[in-house]
Design a binder for this molecule. Structure first.
Ligand SMILES: [Zn+2]
Length: 76
């Protein structure tokens, strides 16, 4: 059975966890965004936690949930 072209949540989470320095976590909605983002595209918050351990933890949560909020791959 062929896989869809879009990456799944677990793969996205694994990619984020492998390079947490490139991401940060929104303090408003816990979305993971790129480190260069200044305004959260999900909740329009501007406070972020850039700690790698926080990013990795959040990536694991997102990768294990059925419903998730925005991940880096959704932002385009
Ligand atoms: Zn947010």
């Amino acid at each position: 059975m062929p896989e869809p072209a879009a990456p799944n949540r677990a793969a996205t989470a694994a990619k984020i966890a492998a390079n947490p320095a490139a991401y940060k976590v929104c303090e408003g909605c816990d979305s993971i965004v790129g480190s260069g983002t200044s305004l959260c595209p999900n909740c329009h918050g501007y406070r972020f936690d850039p700690a790698s351990e926080r990013v990795v933890l959040q990536a694991r949560i997102l990768g294990s949930r059925e419903q998730t909020s925005v991940t880096a791959d959704d932002l385009n």
